[in-house]
Write a protein of this length. Structure first.
Length: 232
């Protein structure tokens, strides 16, 4: 119990003292997580809608892969991203390996299947009668898109929150593709693993409290946005 209080005290000291390294790690964590979640959202939600409403060859396989991808081990995602970004890999010319961009890509890989799958489920839950009513109104494609998004908005926000939670907790892929380089690719989760390996449990606990605080704040913001949209 003393270890927990020591970790909490250490976290407060780090925050109040405005420790430059902790602030840098925290800010990079927020950046890569928000960017990867945003990109996964703008890609995943349309794909989920297409899977829900369109028929095409290979649709069942695409749905199966999106559902199976929800359980994709982060280290597997990290391995594939590393191979693609390696000097001899297909994207080696980008020279993104061991950079923040590589972490963003890895986080997209682990969060995208979650957002696709949950968005698909949200759109599939739209009542069939409601869909017929919408078609009877003969709306334009843009109007139909807006109406379907409004009907599925609760599930879409849930998908975004699930995707964000996945990237905030991700460590294996980030460690593999980012290398946990100080001042460049070190984020809260990889820093925690490093401190535990050094036996600095108080610092690791302090970083965990900071990460949980960020997760709570971002989740609270998304919940408020979800409730605001639902009540519109």
């Amino acid at each position: 119990m003393n270890l927990i209080w020591t970790g909490l005290s250490e976290a407060m000291q780090m925050i109040l003292s405005m420790d430059p390294e902790v602030l840098e790690i925290t800010w990079l964590t927020i950046q890569v997580c928000l960017i990867s979640t945003f990109i996964s959202t703008i890609i995943g939600v349309p794909i989920g809608m297409i899977l829900a409403f369109k028929s095409f060859p290979g649709k069942r396989l695409a749905i199966l892969l999106s559902h199976a991808g929800m359980g994709l081990p982060p280290v597997v995602a990290g391995l594939w991203v590393t191979m693609f970004l390696w000097r001899a890999g297909p994207l080696g010319d980008w020279q993104w390996l061991f950079t923040a961009n590589a972490i963003v890509i890895a986080q997209i890989v682990v969060s995208l299947p979650i957002i696709i799958s949950l968005s698909y489920s949200a759109f599939k839950k739209i009542d069939g009668g409601m869909r017929l009513q919408l078609k009877a109104l003969a709306p334009t494609k843009t109007q139909s898109l807006v109406l379907y998004l409004k009907q599925a908005q609760f599930g879409i926000w849930a998908a975004i929150m699930a995707g964000l939670g996945r990237v905030l907790a991700e460590v294996g892929a980030a460690m593999m593709v980012g290398g946990n380089l100080q001042g460049q690719t070190r984020i809260l989760t990889t820093a925690m693993v490093m401190e535990v390996s050094r036996g600095n449990f108080e610092i690791a606990l302090a970083l965990s409290f900071i990460l949980m605080t960020i997760a709570l704040i971002l989740t609270f913001i998304l919940l408020k946005l979800q409730q605001k949209d639902v009540t519109v």
